[in-house]
Design a protein around this ligand. Structure first.
Ligand code: NAD
Length: 358
């Protein structure tokens, strides 16, 4: 298979972690007989420095022409003083918009080898955790009508609106069902249907769509307050959560936190078609940039998602995830996940070890 991957390394540790991920993808290409071409484009602070804007037009064109996009991270002290649209982070929002990405998928995965890193007690996490949070990204209360006014009696008053259409709910349900079909075939749809009208439409639409198009998938409902509780009470019960923009924002951070290790968590954003944007959930970590200290595993696991969800290469994706598990099993650790008695390695060496085991 021939694929072109746009690489937006960005700032801080971005270039180190994307280099590591490319080494792993090259190992996949070699082992399975594929041809991956990597095209690099600037984004964020480095784009401001070279081109005057955080998202140059050639970066957008390059991403739209590619089969998929790998992103490192953006931002850093140097650009912290800049305002609003001129900041490196504006590049991120811009590329998500340009690629029309309306879903955000974050697997909160705790490898059983790293059970110690979780703030939850050992009995809850000893077999590892993997919760895929599928979050609607471009609708709901973050994009609904809002306003504020002065009320003479009560002082300043502000309001926001949670609004969803059947079309918006159906397209995010499609993404969740497509991913679930390759996994446990079980989705927990999270809402607040006991109170919110928009949640009642959400629930009805998710069930109707899944039943019509994916009858083999089991959809269960859970109220968001209960879900927040269940994530810390019994995280292993979940395989996939499907939810709205705001609930997904909150629950995906909660689920990530139960794994305890920011350098391990991958994500993808998808829209129509198979092209996606794949990135670690962490930032550019300027405090450790350029010192070969970063953990490349979140970015490597983002590539495993790309192989499966954009290219349909399930075996190759599993090979990358297995290689990560093996390296951890053998006791190799970057500084952020290091524990006494383990073998400490840098970013480059960690990526090399994973590539070797692919
Ligand atoms: P951060 O995620 O960059 O770092 C938080 C802490 O985690 C730091 O101590 C850092 O050293 C550590 N860390 C993060 N990733 C790591 C890795 N792979 N390996 C080892 N340690 C790792 O968050 P922050 O410090 O709040 O933000 C730094 C910059 O990143 C800011 O400019 C922020 O705006 C930006 N940011 C970018 C993104 C993105 O590009 N998607 C996301 C979040 C923050």
């Amino acid at each position: 298979m021939k694929k072109t991957i746009a690489v937006l390394a960005g700032d801080g540790i971005g270039p180190e972690i994307t280099d590591g991920a490319i080494a792993v993808l090259n190992a996949v290409a070699q082992k399975f007989g594929h041809e991956f071409t990597f095209k690099h484009y600037p984004i964020g602070g480095c784009a401001i420095d070279c081109c005057g804007v955080p998202l140059p037009p050639e970066t957008v064109e390059g991403c739209l022409a590619a089969d998929s996009v790998l992103l490192g991270a953006v931002g850093g002290y140097k650009w912290d003083g800049m305002a609003g649209d001129a900041r490196p982070e504006a590049g991120l929002l811009g590329i998500r918009k340009a690629m029309r990405l309306y879903s955000n998928i974050r697997p909160a995965r705790l490898f059983k080898q790293l059970a110690d890193a979780s703030p939850l007690k050992e009995s809850l996490v000893r077999d590892g955790i993997e919760i895929i949070v599928v979050r609607e990204l471009t609708g709901g209360i973050y994009f609904g009508e809002r306003g504020s006014y002065d009320d003479n009696e009560n002082g300043a008053t502000a309001w926001d609106t949670e609004k969803y259409s059947v079309r918006e709910i159906e397209r995010i349900t499609e993404i969740a069902c497509r991913l679930a079909a390759n996994r446990s075939k079980k989705i927990v749809s999270v809402d607040k249907a006991n109170v919110l009208e928009s949640s009642r439409l959400w629930r009805k639409t998710v069930h109707a769509y899944a039943k019509r198009h994916y009858p083999e998938i089991v959809v269960e409902d859970m109220l968001v307050d209960n879900c927040a509780m269940q994530i810390v009470k019994n995280p292993a019960q979940f395989d996939m959560l499907l939810t709205s923009n705001m609930f997904g924002d909150i629950l995906s951070d909660e689920a990530a936190q139960v794994t305890g290790s920011i350098g391990m968590l991958a994500s993808s954003s998808l829209g129509e078609g198979t092209r996606g944007l794949y990135e670690p959930i962490h930032g550019s970590a300027p405090d450790i940039a350029g010192r070969d200290l970063a953990n490349p595993i979140a970015t490597v696991l983002s590539c495993a998602m790309m192989l499966r969800d954009s290219f349909g290469l399930n075996g190759e994706s599993a090979a990358v995830e297995t290689a990560v598990g093996r390296v951890l099993e053998e006791g190799y650790r970057t500084a952020d996940i290091y524990a006494e008695g383990m073998k400490k390695v840098g970013c480059r060496e960690m990526a090399r070890l994973i590539a070797e085991r692919v």
